[in-house]
Design a protein around this ligand. Structure first.
Ligand code: TMP
Ligand code: ASP
Length: 248
């Protein structure tokens, strides 16, 4: 596998072309961003931790029958993924009220949402990722109705796999954000699933173990990400020993 030119550099990951027209290399950098890029810092080990964390979760989702773009880990900070045509839409599932829903609807943080709720946001930092609905997506051509419907179905399927998995490991999966794209006409989970894009609380103490530690300056950000991973059974040392043939 040959790593070719950088195609896109996001706030925390970069995307590279490869000599396979159907594959990209995702590079997880140490950069951490919040509030649509208004707060940015480099945190040591973050790229490795998120890459390995993402690989673990994506594999679990694949095993449960959810199509993802993940192929394999290539190195501590790189993964090989299928090349998707991404929809500029963020799908959020919430099991417990936290973050923007509390501000928007005047709800107290920590209330159980039963059944879990689902929201759509436009991926646009300049506009602050505004909330949108299916009609906006249709009118502005951000995605086809059937693909959004499928994204919602898959988002709840992801919740059905991950919520019990986190609970068994002593954690509450409060909410998470997913991004989907098309691969050969099929809706497939893309982007990442890491503590950067979800909220996770300790089930006993309700201590925040996710990116809210960075947003709220609580400290111990990467230590917390690693703790979440270790509780789920991830061995970061073993995973970082991987180095598959990538020629730059
Ligand atoms: P919110 O409470 O800010 O709307 O976020 C809900 C969840 O989605 C939370 O776990 C953070 C995640 N999220 C992102 O990862 N990126 C984003 O751009 C947004 C809007 C949310
Ligand atoms: N993911 C967005 C950002 O990096 C929003 C956030 O996480 O606060 O800016």
């Amino acid at each position: 596998m040959k790593k070719l030119e950088e195609l896109y550099s996001g706030k925390a990951k970069s995307v590279y072309a490869t000599d396979d027209a159907d594959r990209y290399i995702l590079q997880f950098r140490d950069d951490t961003s919040a509030f649509d890029g208004k707060k940015i810092e480099k945190l040591a080990r973050k790229g490795m931790v998120n890459n390995v964390f993402n690989a673990f979760v994506m594999k679990r989702l694949e095993e449960a029958g959810i199509p993802t773009h993940f192929d394999k880990l290539l190195s501590p900070q790189e993964a090989l993924v299928k090349k998707l045509e991404m929809m500029p839409v963020e799908c959020v599932v919430r099991n417990i009220a936290a973050g923007s829903i509390c501000r928007r609807l005047g709800i107290t943080e920590g209330i159980d949402l039963e059944p879990p709720t689902f929201e759509l946001f436009l991926k646009n930092d300049e506009l602050g990722d505004p909330m949108i609905n299916e009609y906006h997506i249709a009118s502005f051509g951000w995605g086809e109705a059937q693909h959004i419907e499928r994204s919602r179905e898959l988002s709840f399927a992801v919740n059905d796999v991950l919520k019990p998995m986190f609970l068994e490991a002593g954690m509450l999966l409060v909410d998470f954000k997913l991004e989907f794209g098309l691969y050969r006409g099929e809706v497939v989970l893309g982007d990442e699933f890491t503590p950067d894009g979800c909220r996770v609380w300790d089930v006993e103490t309700r201590e925040k173990l996710d990116k809210d530690r960075f947003r709220q300056n609580l400290g111990g950000v990467i230590e917390s990400y690693e703790l979440v991973g270790r509780r789920l059974g991830i061995d970061f040392d073993e995973a970082t020993a991987v180095r598959e043939g990538v020629d730059s």
